[in-house]
Ligand binder design. Structure first.
Ligand SMILES: Cc1ncc(COP(=O)(O)O)c(C=O)c1O
Length: 382
């Protein structure tokens, strides 16, 4: 038995569908942008494993690289040459990424960034904005000790006054920012973050776990003009295989050698090989441009639905590459998600949907048709 139904919170039936009945619970297979549940029903998907997959499930080049790495033995007593190769490749592609450390989860990699910032600055306090994962460092959930809360100040996105206040009282080791939270950052926010970094001497950690690979080389930092000192990558980097990374200038990353950041399986071959195949595929197929193109189509389509059905939907949030439809209330969003499922679509309610390389324009149109039909039915029944 698994307490709480599943180990990934956002895959709980109530997270996906509220208390709606007749919805899919467990899946057995995924391919491209389609998944199959235990009843054998097929669904289109726009959740893409919470954004962990941007090339499509079971992408052939990634699967082939991973399979070869399994044949090579998976793991061993020495540091694998693939680790260095992947670090060098990331350094070639991503501006400012002179050195990297690999880890397994996003939360772990952000924790490593904070540790590096604390070693470098000799300070403890951190200011955070957005979601950084479940670890004590970033959470207010039950069981988190007061000591962890005392050294963190969480501020709202795009709130310049809150940033200034959080950074004015005590020295700050790191400002940890998710670059996109429900919307693109305002110019004032980006300028204030950059200016506060400079003035306070804090290390600016850009948590690019959703944006890093997806938005092209340089990620949201480059798109919006953040002057990040450390960037954190995860999710799309492995296209579903567990890998995350923290990186930045070589002299700052050197601080990783003056503390202890290490994990037994951080150097297994399979995810390293998968990530290398992901980077090659992004380069070869100009994936980031595809995601922006189909993402725009998706986003505009959702906006059209909102403009026509104000009794069900309120707004579209996010950016082209990942956005969502905000419904008038939580119950309505659950009904919408359940209706979409009945029409063969897994559609995330009140949280991001992600496009992928497998979402061609015709698929996007199909998705929009199903969402539109579901919303139309709901409007008619109110
Ligand atoms: C921006 C951001 N940072 C950190 C995390 C945590 O990553 P993980 O769940 O792999 O620990 C997530 C996960 O959703 C995320 O979106």
């Amino acid at each position: 038995m698994i307490p709480g139904f599943t180990s990934t919170g956002s895959k709980r039936p109530d997270a996906l569908f509220g208390d709606q009945a007749g919805v899919p619970h467990r899946m057995v297979r995924a391919k491209g942008c389609r998944v199959w549940d235990t009843e054998g029903r097929e669904y289109l998907d726009t959740t893409m494993a919470l954004g962990a997959v941007s090339l499509g499930y079971g992408h052939p080049a990634v699967a082939e690289a991973a399979t070869a790495a399994i044949a090579d033995g998976v793991v061993g007593p020495l540091a694998p040459d693939r680790e260095e190769r992947l670090a060098d490749r990331l350094g070639e592609l991503i501006p400012g990424l002179e050195a990297v450390r690999f880890l397994k989860t996003g939360a772990e990699a952000v924790a490593a960034a904070v540790r590096i910032a604390r070693v470098q600055t000799g300070r403890e306090r951190i200011v955070t904005c957005g979601y950084q994962g479940w670890l004590d460092l970033f959470s207010d959930a039950a069981g988190v000790p007061q000591g962890a809360r005392d050294v963190r100040c969480e501020i709202p996105f795009n709130d310049v006054a809150a940033l200034h206040e959080a950074c004015s009282t005590e020295p700050v080791a790191a400002i940890v920012v998710e670059p996109v939270v429900d919307a693109a950052p305002s110019d004032e926010w980006v300028a204030a973050i950059n200016e506060t970094r400079e003035r306070s001497g804090a290390v600016l950690v850009l948590d690019e776990i959703k944006t890093g690979i997806r938005l092209g080389w340089g990620g949201a930092g480059r798109r919006y003009g953040f002057r990040g000192d450390l960037i954190v990558l995860g999710k799309a980097l492995g296209n579903g295989f567990p890998i995350a990374a923290v990186g930045g200038a070589a002299d700052l990353m050197e601080a990783a050698t003056r503390t202890w950041i290490s994990s037994t399986l951080a150097t297994e071959f399979v995810a390293l090989a998968a990530a290398e195949a992901v980077l090659n595929t992004y380069e070869r197929e100009n994936v980031a441009a595809h995601l922006t193109n189909v993402g725009e189509r998706f986003y505009r389509g959702l906006e059209k639905i909102v403009s026509e059905y104000g009794e069900v939907t309120k707004a579209v949030r996010g950016i082209a590459e990942f956005g969502y439809l905000e419904c008038v209330d939580d119950e309505t969003s659950a009904v919408l998600a359940a209706k979409c499922a009945a029409k063969g679509l897994i559609f995330k309610r009140n949280a991001y949907n992600f496009v992928s390389l497998a979402h061609q324009e015709t698929v996007i149109d199909d998705v929009l048709q199903r969402v539109g039909d579901a919303v139309d039915e709901m409007a008619r029944s109110t």
